[in-house]
Design a protein around this ligand. Structure first.
Ligand code: FAD
Length: 433
């Protein structure tokens, strides 16, 4: 049959190549390392882990744990390699990174229908092709992709504010209102009095920030300055900036609070909220500590922490279908971090879907949308239906799944219900593949 090109043998590209090749279809896999390294990779191995050796939770009460289990059932190479290379890590799946990427590399190179081309792709090859060149895509190829998608739909920098699970916000303290009641009441508002603001301000300006990597020492783009840097210019910068209270009188008191933190609905289901103007470079533990001081967010679960780093990614809601095909060309797919999924496992998961669908196309079968109730399917759904205006990459989390029929407070039981539903739907779906 016709050969499928996969560009980039990272987490997503390796998984995609495996899914295609194991279905008997030839794959041409392009990888530029070690001839040309990215600023974060150091080896010549496929699926190199550029930072931590942890693939996060392995528990079925956690979204990324369920995602792994779904991938096991879909015969994922990345998760199988991680399971074989696992090191003790409590409830997490952590790996010996050399063993892990060694296994992925060997398994792919062993397959007779995988041809590895050890060079940088400088143009997008003839279709069918999956582009999975990651957050540090080489410069020349980035330009090619930008030409394809258009300037406005391609980004080099990720400046994301934290995203919160809506069910964990204290609705007794926050109120729904838009500034001056313009348009629909689209924001949840967290009101602060003077004392609350001053305490918050003190912690925000002294909290610890994450260290920048060399290649991240770029100037902050105007309009997305980290909230803690803005705060260091003085309290007024916040009070006339992201925390300004004008037009946001609290309906319970009729009074204008001293300061207001606004939360904007982030997905169409209304289960996720992002903190307006709170792009941040604080360490994750510090985000949790300081943002929990905001009235209404005392017990809020941050499902995606604020980050500011170099990241090549597309405006997926405008560019992609939930099959990871591009809207402009059914035979051209994207996978991995560049599609707006965030994380090792999430990247591999998107490669898994893209791989299966590219393999289906190669034998003239219809590509498949994975069920939304599965974590793997929920990510594909999210990145293609999120608001294209403020689109930022996303981790696997329960806020992406359609809500359960009943509201369950106990986190463990809630997780178990999501898991049971996800795995049941997946089992029904796998039969159709
Ligand atoms: P990659 O795994 O980066 O794979 C892309 C591959 O394409 C690479 O092998 C690259 O060499 C190759 N390539 C690039 N351009 C070309 C070209 N033109 N031709 C041929 N080959 C090319 N996620 C986590 O879950 N935990 C973390 O701790 C974590 N830390 C991160 C730290 C940094 C510095 C960065 C940048 C990201 C981090 N991520 C982390 C996010 C993300 O999970 C990883 O970047 C992950 O590797 C993404 O998988 P991918 O397959 O999309 O890209």
């Amino acid at each position: 049959g016709q050969s499928v090109n996969v560009i980039g043998a990272g987490l997503a590209g390796s998984e995609a190549a495996w899914q295609i090749a194991k279905r008997g279809i030839p794959v041409t896999l392009y990888e530029m390392r070690p001839k040309k390294q990215t600023p974060a990779h150091h080896t010549d191995k496929f699926a190199e882990l550029v930072c931590t050796n942890s693939l996060r939770s392995n528990s079925l009460t956690n979204a990324v744990g369920i995602l792994k289990e779904e991938m096991r059932r879909l015969d994922s190479l990345v998760i199988a390699a991680a399971d074989s290379a696992a090191v003790p890590a409590g409830g997490a799946l952590a790996v010996d990174r050399h063993d892990f990427s060694g296994i992925v590399t060997r398994k792919l190179k062993e397959l007779p229908n995988v041809t590895v081309i050890n060079d940088e792709a400088v143009t997008i090859p003839q279709v069918p092709t999956i582009i999975a060149t990651g957050p540090l895509t080489s410069a020349v190829l980035s330009e090619e992709i930008k030409r394809l998608t258009g300037e406005d739909y391609f980004y080099f920098y990720d400046a994301a504010a934290p995203i919160i699970d809506g069910e964990t916000i204290n609705r007794d303290k926050v109120y729904l209102k838009s500034r001056y009641d313009k348009g629909d009441a689209a924001y949840l508002n967290c009101p602060m009095n003077k004392e609350e603001f001053e305490a918050f301000f003190r912690e925000l300006t002294t909290a610890e920030t994450a260290p920048l990597k060399d290649f991240e020492q770029e100037k902050y783009f105007s309009g997305c300055m980290p909230v803690e840097i803005m705060a260091r210019q003085g309290a007024k910068t916040l009070l006339f900036g992201p925390l300004k209270p004008v037009g946001l009188e609290d309906p319970k008191t009729g009074k204008r609070p001293y300061a207001v933190v606004q939360l904007r609905q982030d997905n169409s289901a209304g289960t996720l909220f992002n903190m307006v103007g709170f792009q941040t470079h604080l360490k994750w533990g510090e985000q949790k500590r300081v943002f929990h001081m905001i009235p209404g967010l005392e017990d809020a679960e941050i499902v995606r922490y604020g980050v500011m780093h170099r990241n090549t990614f597309l405006n997926a809601p405008s560019i992609l279908k939930p099959t990871y095909q591009t809207k402009v060309d059914d035979q051209l797919f994207f996978a991995g971090q560049m599609t707006g999924v965030e994380g090792y496992v999430e990247s591999a998961a998107s490669g898994l879907i893209a791989g299966i669908n590219a393999a289906r196309l190669a034998v003239a079968e219809q590509p498949m949308n994975f069920p939304e109730e599965t974590v793997i399917g929920s990510m594909a759904h999210y990145i293609t239906t999120a608001s294209s205006k403020n689109f930022q990459p996303m981790n696997a989390n329960f806020g992406l799944l359609p809500p359960l029929n009943e509201r369950i407070k106990d986190k463990k039981i809630r997780g178990e219900r999501y898991a049971a539903r996800a795995l049941e739907r997946l089992n029904d779906f796998v039969i159709k593949l």
